[in-house]
Design a protein around this ligand. Sequence first.
Ligand code: 13P
Length: 251
Amino acid sequence: MRQPMVAGNWKMNGSRDFTHTLVSDLLAGGVSSCAAKVVICPPFPYLGVASDGLDGNGEVALGGQNLDVHESGAYTGEVSGAMLADMGCEYVIVGHSERRALYGEDNARVADKVRAARAAGLVPILCVGETLAEREADRTEAVVGAQLDAVIEALGVEAFDGTVVAYEPVWAIGTGRTASGEQAQAVHAFIRGRLSRHDGEVASAIRILYGGSVKPDNAAALFAEPDIDGGLIGGASLKAADFLAICNAAG
Ligand code: 13P
């Protein structure tokens, strides 16, 4: 049985005060007793503030939003997996569609980031998903399949062992337009099936999160689907009450 997971991707939002307040409000709202595994991913500069606010509360985990493929050295502006782990992160988002679209991360680069995350002892949350044009051209499975295959070809299916995949259709991110439970379930089942071609145990253990305009009023219907193991939440993770409601809908 897979424990559900809800991860909050704050993207490039917040401040020191915002981070302090949001973490306090989540704890006061009972996030630690949520049955789902909860992860928060603030921007890099605020990881320390979030970690201090959590104060060793092991029920809520920290994650980075990105990492570089190198361990250290002359890579100005980049952050390594080892640095994230050193700041208390257990997870890292890899290959978010915003990074693929805005920062030129292709499938090969994303696979290398999965490798770097695992080498640093972090659990990658690998994001996959199609654009609206790709969906309308009936290419969803081809696109998502290629995104998964790039990692399997580079690293082997073992790279997915104990990790997390997030299906985030690009057309649903920040648009208020959510995939229906049925649409999301179809792609989640496809993802699990693709992995199970290589390793049935890895496929049945992996958590597959849905992301894209998840809100308190649509979370329960999405999470009720058999292959949807929780959510990767953007906008609604910035409001304590909304994020708590989504966490409770998952667990
Ligand atoms: P929204 O929940 O704001 O649509 O963002 C989803 C997302 O990109 C999470 O990584």
